[in-house]
Ligand binder design. Structure first.
Ligand code: ATP
Length: 491
């Protein structure tokens, strides 16, 4: 299927399978060249794993590709069409400031989307300028790479280049382009677009493409499209559980930001929770807490129901039967999610086997953490190292009781204490990208052109489970502030 392409010195080896889909799902569009591209950061390990040559990528020609000023051989830039429910309201969207160059075929034959974000206007730009500012692109770079290091499926960041141009947001900001790497950029919103504006054939072609790309193991004898729905549900159940387990708040779980691959996508207003509180919201535009930490699982189910709706004509020719199949699949999400979450929580508490009361043990801890505003990450870390005195819970009567119950629970399993400790070490990160640390890194980078703060932060975030003394500084909490931390849809 993959055409043979000449491999350039940089190692780019493009195919563009998306361009073989019906024309209604994309528009061919070249990037708009920028004035003077400058490489700010390059992800060397990721580049190498993609089969790219780091030195060649850093050369003028290499950077020109990352800026959209040159199109490498075999690439066929295009803007993807998609729609989406944004805060519940259905809207026509599409890549308004991003272009898919194609898929890099790595030496072992894997396929990854290479997308430039901030590469100029497209037919889907609406009133936008098609550009991105340096701060939000570096923020996406930092947090997506931190998520990857935490072991959470995510789009990756290959590079950020500045454009030498100013973009106007509230003030003038340095313009930048992020190179995003993804298993694909197929979203729930891609299906919503085709379901609304494409033909039945377009929808089937898109579903077949998605199956081939992400679920090639589909059995010829089964209902392929039901399988697609069930597999997407499974991946999301696993993904959202992982978000909850590390306290990640996506912030803008619109249907256009749910990737069918099961990767986390769109790092605009996301942030990690400090003190445990299910009502935590960081996004400045999320007035009613639709995307609060505790709402993420039901919102994922809601988004998946929108996905299922698009598949109805493919699930069964009878409408009633199709709806029944879709409803059954969607109703599995809650149970699947819960199973993933519970398994992860057991790991965070060093528990290997299953007991009926585990859930109430976990809830007991979370309730106390909420009551005393205990830091989510640091509480689990303190328990990992058996240092309850490091938490604000220490001293509370209910904590002493809970601790006793927990210790008794650990004593009831066969595994020795050392094994529990080891399980907790690999289940509880010492480090998350703390909001104040990310802000400090961005401020130094954008305001002073000093990238050293960000580089050091990226370095420690690359091994979040290491629990080394050198990292200790990065797990301290921000100074108390009267105004809560706020994020903005990154532009
Ligand atoms: N400056 C801009 N110019 C044109 N379109 C834009 C601009 N900023 C955002 N958009 C478009 O608005 C929509 C919502 O934006 P949002 O910030 O959620 O996405 P994004 O961060 O640009 O993209 P992605 O979801 O791919 O990470 C998207 O369709 C996006 O392409």
């Amino acid at each position: 299927m993959t055409e043979k392409k000449a491999i350039t010195e940089t190692g780019w080896n493009f195919d563009n399978s998306y361009a073989r889909l019906p024309k209604s799902v994309f528009t061919r569009q070249d990037p708009t060249p920028v004035r003077s591209p400058k490489l700010i950061i390059l992800n060397d390990p990721l580049a190498t794993s993609l089969g790219l040559n780091v030195e060649a990528l850093q050369s003028n020609d290499g950077v020109a590709v990352l800026a959209g000023n040159q199109i490498p051989e075999g690439a066929l830039p295009l803007a993807q069409a998609y729609a989406g429910h944004q805060f519940g309201h259905f809207t026509l969207l599409g890549d308004g400031r991003a272009l898919l160059l194609g898929e890099q075929i790595t030496p072992p034959g894997e396929r990854f989307d290479i997308q430039l974000k901030g590469s100029g206007r497209t037919p889907y730009s609406r009133r936008g300028d098609g550009r991105a500012a340096l701060g939000p692109m570096l923020r996406e770079y930092i947090i997506s790479e931190a998520m990857h290091a935490l072991g959470i499926a995510t789009t990756r960041s290959l590079a950020v280049v500045t454009s030498g141009e100013t973009v106007i947001r509230e003030t003038g900001q340095p313009g930048a382009i992020l190179t995003r790497v993804a298993a694909s950029h197929l979203r729930v919103g891609t299906f919503q677009y085709v379901s609304n504006w494409g033909t039945a054939q377009d929808l089937q072609a898109l579903a077949d493409y998605t199956l081939q790309r992400h679920f090639p193991e589909v059995d010829a004898d089964e209902n392929r499209y039901l399988f697609l729905l069930q597999e997407v549900i499974k991946r999301q159940a696993g993904l959202i559980a992982k978000w909850q387990l590390v306290g990640f708040i996506h912030g803008v779980m619109n249907t256009d930001n749910m990737a069918l691959s099961g990767e986390t996508i769109d790092y605009g207003p996301c942030a990690f929770m400090d003190a445990y509180d299910p009502a935590t919201v960081f996004s400045s535009i999320d007035m009613h807490g639709r995307y609060a930490y505790g709402n993420q699982p039901p919102i994922a189910a809601w988004n998946l129901a929108r996905f299922a709706e698009t598949l109805l004509p493919l699930l069964h020719e009878g409408e009633e039967q199709a709806v029944e199949l879709a409803e059954d699949a969607i109703s599995d999400f809650t149970e699947l999610y819960h199973r993933n979450w519970l398994a992860g929580m057991r790991g965070k508490l060093g528990i290997f086997n299953e007991e009926q009361e585990d859930e109430s043990l976990i809830e007991g801890l979370l309730n106390m953490m909420q009551k005393y505003s205990a830091d989510y990450t640091n509480t689990f870390r303190a328990l990992t190292f058996d240092k309850p005195e490091d938490t604000v819970l220490f001293g509370a009567t209910e904590f002493a009781q809970w601790h006793e119950l927990w210790q008794a629970r650990l004593a009831r399993q066969q595994e020795p204490k050392a094994s529990s400790h080891q399980l907790m070490r690999v289940s509880n990160p010492a480090l998350i990208p703390r909001n104040h640390r990310v802000e400090d890194a961005l401020e130094a980078a954008v305001k002073q052109g000093d990238y050293s703060v960000m580089e050091r932060l990226l370095d420690v975030l690359s091994s979040p489970y290491e629990h080394s003394p050198e990292q200790a500084d990065y797990s301290t909490l921000p100074a108390l502030s009267t105004s809560p931390y706020r994020t903005f849809c990154g532009t």
